[in-house]
Every structure is written in C-alpha cells, then in structure tokens.
Design a protein around this ligand. Structure first.
Ligand SMILES: Cc1ncc(C[n+]2csc(CCOP(=O)(O)OP(=O)(O)O)c2C)c(N)n1
Ligand code: SF4
Length: 302
C-alpha cells in the first residue's frame, strides 16, 4: 500500500494551470463542473475518464466539440463503473503504468442506477477512482428526486404542496455503504472546501485499486440559487453540519472537521428556492436528523 504521508501536496500555488475540462456548456456556477475541473488538474493528462448520462457528459461532449482534454467516454447510465473497470484492466494489459482511470457520475448515476456496477468494481478492487458529484437530484433530466436528495427538497417528482412537503426521505448513507465494502480509501468532500477536495483526489490518485470520493457540488439551476454563490453554499452546507468531511482508510473512519458549533441550518435552507416552502417543523426534522448523525459519528469516528 502507498505511504500516503510521503505524497507531494497539491495546492493552488503548485497546481497546473493547464485546463483539462474547458469550453463545456454547463450552466454558470455549476458545482459539478468545478469538481471535474479541480479533480482533473490533480489527476493530469494521463487520465482515462468515464461518465454516465448526466450533466457532466451532456455538457462535456457536444459534437463536434469535446470539453475533455483527457481521454473520455460516455458510458451507459448503470454501467460507468463497469466500463471504468474495463478501461483500467485494458490499460494494465497494455503495460501502461502511469495512467489513472476515473469516473465522474452524479448522485442518481451513483447511489441509485449505477450502484450495482460500483459495488462490483470495489469488490474486485479494480484500479479506478470513482468520484460522485452530488447535486442532490437527477438534474440533467429536469430535477427528479434521487436517493441522495435530502428531506424537504422540492423536485419535479416530489413537489411541495398540500399533500407532501417535498422529499420525505433523508439522504441515503452512501459513504458508509461504500466503506462497508472495506474499500482501501473513501472520502467525502465539498467544492466549498477545495483544498480538502484536492488533497483527497491526490491521495486517491496514488492508491492502486478502487477508491471513492463523494463530493458535494451545488447546482444553481436545480437549487434555485444565484450562480455566484455556488462555492459559498457548498461551504455553508458543511458549516451547518448537513454535509460532513470525512475519510475511511485502512478500515478506520476519520472526521476531518468537527466544529464545536454549527452555523444555523435555517440560513442555509432559506437561501435556496428548493427549500423555500419548508415549515419550521420540516426544518426541525432536518436538524434532528443532523444531530442524530453527528452524535453517532462523534461516538464512533473520533
Ligand atoms: C438507463 C437510463 N435511464 C434513464 C436515463 C435518462 N437520464 C439521462 S441523464 C439522467 C439524470 C442523471 O442524474 P444524475 O446521475 O444525478 O446526474 P446529473 O444529471 O445530476 O448530473 C437520466 C435519468 C438514461 N440515460 N439511461
Ligand atoms: S443543471 Fe446543475 S449540474 Fe447540470 S449543468 Fe446546470 S448547474 Fe450543472
């Protein structure tokens, strides 16, 4: 196993100025595109990239233009991890040692439709870094609820009205489901904390075998937020405790941030059109669920 302590750090000063994902057609302020851009700057040009149907493939491959400066391919929606496994094994068969295979998939393509292939990829320990950019809904097809859409969210399949208050389930516990595979390295991140995300991609790059990063990535179009606040909102989500920054390594969980006090959840929710309808009771339900999760994490991960 790679000695992760000795890996040279990547930061804004020594990071390449070369762009590997440019000229794409994402909406202004798209958090998913920020996640892809940052990750590819760490992974570099010897990267094979696989993307299922979803925003990043829709905005990245528009004939005759190609926004990826690396090798990249669109996969079937449920099969991105399988295709990435094939690419990684193919690269090995060709004797290529300096390449990395990466998947960029949305929350729908990861936690729901692509999950079986992802589980198999981790089980075989194929040499793939799987990055899920989590914008908390199926955005590319018009904002439908996914397994990672949080409680209270208004989506086109969970409309807020007299009968239901938007989404009535909490986010699927993806990070721990992945960790339960006993994967060598998994992490959560947010585009609101870019240095933390860069460090985690860098770590995963140097590990041979399956690795996974779940990065929280704002979507102004689906969230009803101003484009210029994307990074700020992704930071707010962490600061109010609804998104946590953590790692799973060598069978152990680690909380990277453990704030003494959380910023008010209400302020975070009220900034976003998708939560505008929420009652005080609904917001309290979100807070109670956050507190339950944090007391469990603090008890077992610290
Ligand atoms: C098997 C299959 N089912 C449905 C679709 C239609 N489809 C294309 S993109 C998409 C939404 C993707 O959502 P997500 O994976 O969360 O990524 P995002 O669009 O949010 O980036 C869907 C449902 C498809 N292409 N293939
Ligand atoms: S809909 Fe959202 S995730 Fe899709 S390109 Fe626009 S901002 Fe990005």
């Amino acid at each position: 196993m790679t000695n992760l302590v000795d890996i040279p750090k990547v930061n804004a000063k020594n990071m390449t100025e070369k762009e590997f994902f440019y000229g794409h057609k994402a909406c202004a302020g798209c958090g998913g595109s920020i996640a892809v851009r940052l990750a590819l700057k760490v992974l570099g040009e010897r990267t094979y990239t696989a993307l299922p149907a979803g925003c990043m493939s829709a905005v990245g491959f528009i004939y005759p233009q190609m926004a990826f400066n690396t090798n990249a391919i669109i996969t079937t929606f449920p099969g991105s991890a399988s295709m990435a496994s094939g690419i990684a094994v193919g690269a090995k068969a060709l004797g290529q040692k300096d390449v990395k295979t990466v998947v960029f998939a949305g929350d729908g393509g990861t936690a729901d439709i692509g999950f079986q292939a992802l589980s198999g990829m981790i089980d075989r320990n194929d040499d793939v870094l799987y990055i899920c950019y989590d914008n908390e809904a199926y955005m590319n097809t018009g904002i439908q609820k996914s397994g990672l859409t949080p409680y209270g969210t208004k989506t086109t399949t969970t409309p807020a009205g007299d009968n239901i208050p938007g989404t009535i389930t909490h986010k699927k516990n993806l990070f721990e489901i992945i960790a339960a595979h006993d994967i060598a390295y998994a992490a959560t991140a947010s585009i609101g904390y870019p240095q933390d995300f860069l460090n985690k991609v860098n770590k995963a790059k140097h590990i041979k075998g399956a690795t996974f990063i779940h990065v929280y990535a704002s979507c102004p179009t689906g969230w009803g937020t101003p484009t210029e606040t994307s990074v700020e909102i992704a930071k707010d989500a962490v600061d109010c405790g609804l998104i946590f920054l953590a790692e799973f390594e060598d069978g152990e969980y680690k909380l990277n941030r453990n704030p003494k006090q959380f910023a008010p959840v209400q302020d975070y929710l009220k900034k976003q059109g998708r939560f505008k309808h929420m009652s005080d009771a609904d917001m309290q339900c979100v807070i109670d669920n956050r507190d339950k999760k944090w007391s469990r994490m603090r008890k077992h991960w610290l």
